[in-house]
Design a protein around this ligand. Structure first.
Ligand SMILES: Cc1ncc(CN)c(N)n1
Length: 200
């Protein structure tokens, strides 16, 4: 059975392009243009809603009580602290109005809905794995966080021991039940395209 490490290795070119994206470098430097941050976060608010639904599907389809509880705890954090960040950040950027999904967002919404509707724990967890592991990868630099909370909190939401333990759980689960490689590859492509789209 293919492992999460194998998958990351096989799709390293696109994965690394996302992790080293200009958006990530500018976020760390605290220099992301407000218009770029607003476009990114308005799109990610659409992503977030489908992501919460997908976490719910993982809670529902988990075949082990320990994994179900771990996913449920993370769902609470995303619907709590992370959603609160979006409310404050979009208000500050004057970007709280409704937006149409750009193509990478639409791609993610389709991928997540399809995984959710399948009810297949392995497929659902594969999408969650890419979305969380790739973010840990770019957020896990030893550098100090930027000074502006708008940039710093987005980094802090995706690093630290608790987030790393969550990603480790996702990897363990995907390695246990078996990944869906086509879904993994599609999600990695979409992550890179999502950062590109922030620049219009
Ligand atoms: C597009 C995208 N991918 C991943 C994450 C991290 N959950 C996110 N917020 N947005």
């Amino acid at each position: 059975m293919i492992t999460s490490a194998d998958l990351r290795h096989r799709h390293a070119e696109v994965w690394d392009a996302a992790v080293r994206h200009r958006f990530v470098d500018e976020l760390w430097a605290g220099t992301v243009d407000d218009a770029v941050m607003a476009r990114y976060l308005a799109q990610d608010a659409l992503f977030l809603d489908a992501f919460v639904a997908l976490l719910g599907a993982a809670v529902s389809s988990a075949d082990e009580p320990g994994a179900r509880m771990a996913v449920a705890r993370q769902l609470g954090l995303v619907a709590g602290d992370e959603d609160d960040y979006f409310t404050r950040a979009l208000a500050r950027l004057d970007a709280a109005g409704p937006v149409e999904p750009l193509p990478p967002t639409a791609g993610f919404l389709t991928l997540m809905e399809s995984a959710r509707r399948s009810g297949e724990y392995a497929t659902i967890m594969t999408v969650l794995l890419v979305a969380e592991w790739l973010y840990l990868d770019w957020a896990d630099r030893p550098d100090p966080a930027p000074t502006d909370w708008l940039h710093a909190e987005w980094i802090e939401l995706h690093r630290g021991p608790a987030f790393a333990a969550w990603v480790a759980l996702l990897r363990t689960e995907v390695d246990r039940v078996g990944a869906d490689e086509a879904v993994f590859a599609r999600a990695v492509d979409l992550e890179r395209a999502f950062f590109d789209a922030a620049y219009g």
